[in-house]
Ligand binder design. Structure first.
Ligand code: ZN
Length: 88
């Protein structure tokens, strides 16, 4: 399985909201988190990237998130590739 990482090359902290209708659908399962509200609600996973940092390995589904696509077009978010599974 191939995974990717995202590097924030901007000079600010970035929060990327991996919304259900984009991210979970592409992923094929729901990865939303339970929010600490009463009653509990489900909300999108939030990917926080400080300036100059690289994310942990992410599934390809992250590329279906419009905010990610836009950031990649703008050039301050950069994809890194890694391959997992098989001989580690
Ligand atoms: Zn979801």
């Amino acid at each position: 399985m191939s995974t990717l990482t995202l590097t924030n090359q901007s000079t600010r902290l970035v929060l990327l909201f991996l919304r259900h209708e984009h991210f979970c659908k592409a992923l094929g399962r729901c990865s939303c988190v339970e929010l600490p509200t009463s009653p509990p609600r489900k909300g999108p996973t939030v990917l926080a990237l400080a300036a100059g940092t690289t994310s942990a390995a992410l599934p390809e589904a992250v590329l279906q998130v419009p905010e990610v696509q836009q950031a990649l077009r703008e050039g301050w978010l950069v994809i890194g590739r890694s391959h997992t599974g098989g001989a580690a």
